[in-house]
Design a protein around this ligand. Structure first.
Ligand code: NAP
Ligand code: ZN
Ligand code: ZN
Length: 347
């Protein structure tokens, strides 16, 4: 066991504060990672505020981890000391169910994936996330950060990147496809970059035109404000695919009206409240309303290689650990451009 410094929420809705946690001894197939950077995902806030239901406290959030391997177990074959690596939203799963075998570990049916924090590990101990100086993770749940990507802009790819890449690929975003990204925060801005790199015609649907210039620079072809009712008239029946990254409940009926026949609205946002929907909005024109959760380990590696190949990471604002609580407030106010990343040396 090693004692490491971390930032934790001591209880639901309490501000995060500096503390120390224990990391397990490095096992046969484990890597010890010196965490360099940790992204702040809106899911961290939902969980630290217990917005999704009962959570485990103290909670060390953080599932967008980039760092360097400091030690490897005797059985480790994939990584060596000094390698640049990442860890995303899960640190284990059953490894035996059909989904795990198919590389869909995030949908493990053998007890579910083990979250990087706010979960119980196989040894029964709570998991603690990336707002800390070191983490011990099984090599099979660790990915390699390609040389071309700096660790700070790579960190957010471990959740925001894969969560948008996976549905964009699954639902066929590419040349000839009109794709809308709903909400341009941490996930949304990665959705814009990735959909553009995949060759789709990309539209941002944001609450206002405040971030229009940025959106067009990131690769969007069009940018509309959803606060303007004319947007819904003008864009009715336009899109093959809409990916919603919005963290709050929305009128999905209005957004389904923007799909073509056979179009799909894929939701990745995880609001704390349910929505209500008139089902006529999917019956007409055979529309799909779907969801998607992060991506598997192999797909996460594929996404990192894809982003590095296209020469981009996330757009980030680097902060010190002492600024985490303020950053949470700014995320809640949709005032993030476009991901806060903690320099973990400041913990
Ligand atoms: P974020 O940076 O806060 O971005 C969310 C964006 O949604 C905001 O920037 C804003 O975009 C828009 N928005 C927020 N409140 C809104 C409202 N009341 N009405 C309309 N639009 C609103 O959050 P994030 O880190 O990208 O995460 C987004 C959501 O995805 C969260 O709920 C998170 O928990 C969830 N998530 C899910 C997965 C998954 O696997 N499915 C993975 C990661 C995160 P504009 O300013 O452009 O309007
Ligand atoms: Zn996340
Ligand atoms: Zn499984």
């Amino acid at each position: 066991m090693t004692t490491v410094a971390a930032y934790a929420a001591p209880s639901a809705k309490a501000p995060l504060e500096r503390t120390t946690i224990e990391r397990r001894a490095v096992g046969e197939f484990d890597v010890l990672i010196d965490i360099k950077f940790a992204g702040i995902c809106h899911s961290d806030i939902h969980q630290a505020q217990e917005g999704w239901g009962e959570a485990i406290f103290p909670m060390v959030p953080g599932h967008e981890i980039a760092g360097v391997v400091a030690e490897v177990g005797s059985g480790v074959t994939k990584f060596a000391v000094g390698d640049r690596v990442g860890v995303g939203c899960m640190v284990d799963s059953c490894r035996e169910c059909d989904n795990c075998k198919a590389g869909l570990e995030q949908y493990c049916t053998g007890g579910g994936m083990i979250g990087t924090y706010n979960a119980l590990d196989k040894n029964g101990e709570p998991t603690y996330g990336g707002y800390s100086q070191q983490i011990v993770v099984d090599e099979n749940y660790t990915v390699r950060i390609p040389d071309g990507l700096s660790l700070d802009v790579a960190a957010p790819l471990l959740c925001a990147g894969i969560t948008t890449y996976s549905p964009l690929k699954h639902w066929g975003a590419g040349p000839g496809k009109k794709v809308a990204i709903l909400g341009m925060g941490g996930l949304g801005h990665m959705g814009v970059k990735i959909a553009h790199a995949l060759g789709a015609e990309v539209t941002v649907l944001s609450q206002s035109l405040r971030k229009q210039e940025d959106g067009l620079k990131l690769g969007a072809d069009h940018y509309y404000a959803t606060s303007d009712p004319k947007t819904f008239e003008e864009l009715a029946g336009t899109f093959d695919l809409i990916v919603s990254t919005v963290s709050a409940p929305l009128d999905f009926g209005a957004y389904l009206s923007l799909l073509k026949t056979d179009g799909a609205l894929v939701n990745v946002g995880a609001p704390e409240e349910p929505i209500s929907l008139n089902l006529f909005s999917v019956i007409g024109n055979r529309k799909t309303l779907a969801g998607s959760m992060i991506g598997g380990i192999a797909e996460t590696q594929e996404m990192l290689d894809f982003c590095a190949g296209h020469g981009f990471g996330a757009e980030i604002e680097l902060i010190a650990a002492s600024e985490i609580n303020e950053a949470y407030e700014r995320v809640l106010a949709s005032d993030v451009r476009y991901r806060f990343v903690i320099d973990t040396a400041t913990i």
